[in-house]
Design a protein around this ligand. Sequence first.
Ligand SMILES: Nc1ncnc2c1ncn2[C@@H]1O[C@H](COP(=O)(O)OP(=O)(O)OP(=O)(O)O)[C@@H](O)[C@H]1O
Length: 392
Amino acid sequence: MSSYFRALRLVNFRNYESATVFFAPGLNVAVGENAQGKTNLLEGISFAISGSSTRTASDSEVVRWGADFARVEGRIARPESDERRIAVGYAPGQKKRITIDGAPERSLADYAAGGAGVRAITFFPDDIRIVKGAPSDRREFLDALLSSLRPAYANAAAEYTKAVQQRNHLLRRIRDGYSSGKTLDTWDRKVAQLGTEVLEGRERALPHLGEHFASSMRDLYGPEKAAVTYSGTATPESYSERLREAQSADVERGTTSVGPHRDDLKLTLGGVDLTVYGSQGQQRLATLGLKFAAREYVRGTVGEDPILLMDDVMSELDERRREYLTEYFLHSAQAVVSTTNLDYFGAGTLGRAKVIRISGGRIESDTTACGNGRSGAAAEFQRTWSQRPDPE
Ligand SMILES: Nc1ncnc2c1ncn2[C@@H]1O[C@H](COP(=O)(O)OP(=O)(O)OP(=O)(O)O)[C@@H](O)[C@H]1O
């Protein structure tokens, strides 16, 4: 049995002033009309687990309008060990405060790489950009996945980005006559070392991810072979050399032309490039295929099922695929799936799921097949949630 997310409290998070939600293992369906807070709920779980939003790079966006901080708290049920209490507080202009069982966690990278005791794979409709968007969208997807498994990768990727920015600045100074070309070799050693680390991490993951993507697409789409391959400007072995060879051209252009920051993932279905030629439906299914591949990869790496947070995933799919997804979610350790329409799930499925009804930033009810999930548990949680009216 894998860990799962048992309860969430949101304070001043997006359109939630104060809400407590309980989840069950297996399938949880969050239902409500448009603009009620379903996506915000999924984002809140992911914020609690990873310490950051998957939807925005700007943390201040998650703070409820008019409030001066946001706070999320979670309870993680873990097999054969005590429940873990996690909390993430954020006030604009201040450092984020993260605690695990009440003890401060100083490194966001460590926390994001499983510190909460559970990992999440998210799907938001906008994620289709991973397939149809720019190479940077695909790199971001891959980097976020690898960072959620290894803080060392997260640090190397972040340091590499900074080193390339500084190299670019230096290239322009050399071009404009303000710096000597000799200083470039020193920078290039650092860029090459960090870049090689990033390339090695990606190279290790790709074959596994590719295999899982092919099998997910077989189930989701059909027999045509799907593949994901790395389209790189250099290999880990050749990067240092390639960077040196590119020096004079890079000085002329004022940017770094080789390295993991220029690479891409190529996604194909039956040999056809999905980014360029995929239909909307194929691109959406390939996005899901990538998310399911990521789930298998996480499971294979850490030995535990990540939880699935799936926003409005059922709409735009045909009935056969909705049925497939329903089974998939029912058999996962935990899935929280949002929808405007409960008819997407059959009565039999809903009898085995927990249904959470949301309206206007409030949880109207959360019930399981066996009755009301809030009884007793609510009082127990209310006593142990933090009583402090601030981010920490
Ligand atoms: N920081 C914030 N403070 C207050 N409200 C916010 C904040 N950010 C977003 N909202 C509002 O929260 C509401 C609910 O948004 P959410 O995306 O969760 O809706 P939803 O239930 O997923 O809707 P849909 O079915 O249309 O996707 C929206 O009206 C949005 O404008």
